[in-house]
Design a protein around this ligand. Sequence first.
Ligand code: OAD
Ligand code: ZN
Length: 316
Amino acid sequence: MKDNKDTAIKKIAKLISDKPNSKVVFLVGAGISTSCGIPDFRSPGTGLYDNLAKLNLPFAEAVFDIEYFEQNPKPFYTLAKELYPGNYTPSKFHQLMRVFQDKGKLHRVFTQNIDTLERAAGIHPDLLVEAHGSFAHNHCISCKKEYPQNVFKDKMLVGKDFANCEECKGLIKPQIVFFGENLPRKFFSTWDKDVTELDDESIVVVAGTSLAVYPFASLPEEVPTTTTRALINLERVGDFKTTPRNSDVFYKGSADAAATELAKELGWLGELEFLSGLLDNDNSSSKTVDEGHEDEAAKVDSITKDLEKLGLKENK
Ligand code: OAD
Ligand code: ZN
């Protein structure tokens, strides 16, 4: 697997243009949203887990741990406020996936992200699998009473970092998959179906994920060998690193830069720019990579300060 950026983009574009029935399955993670100002989880320094760890959580991932949430929901509610849908606009990469949809070239988007930016970019619900859930549905973890998104949001914002059930005062939690919880059934049923439909005209594009969390991380190894796998990421990860295939394509760089280059190569730049205008996006085109990182650092800083205010340092 070579990591020449030009070759990688040309190869993906050629596969798409040469094969009339070609379709793409995207498998994405936090790295496609970092340019929107949302930090990822595991990037050293800027990733959320590095920064939460400094606050003496028993372990960084406790913020998404169901047992920990039951004892101390504040860190999750604080993060939820920061990540709440509507606070960010989609990145160039999200927009490119939308262009694939508009061109009839999108087979599916499987996302690990809970920021719902795929929805914001207009990816059709039938073509989208939110593998780690989303903020769309919420329920009380004690009595299971369901709460609409706007009710949860209001409660969370006015509730001084708690969102309590009207019936039993239990904690209301969005249907985001925490460690120790199952992924939605749609994830398994859709992937099982899609994997049988992958052929030599299909491409699986993995982008912006460390492929560290299972079962999502196992999807690339299940891709049939007749199907080309492409990785667009700042680093080699998962099966692309441990069991690379000769046919793999690797673009080592930012997801937004890859999106722009791929759109250019496919002759879709006009469509991408048009969408950017519609979505009022200023995440990538007008900012340098460094400016993007500064946004990210500022975001992490503000979340860290919020968590400090909550007195997390005294916990454990
Ligand atoms: P990670 O933070 O683990 O990985 C992000 C990956 O994206 C890393 O490999 C980065 O190098 C890469 N990356 C960062 N910025 C990028 C950019 N601009 N362009 C391209 N690549 C970039 O995030 P995920 O793999 O998504 O669970 O994490 C998986 C799950 O772990 C998340 O869904 C989350 C967390 O626990 C929940 O939210 C429930
Ligand atoms: Zn309840």
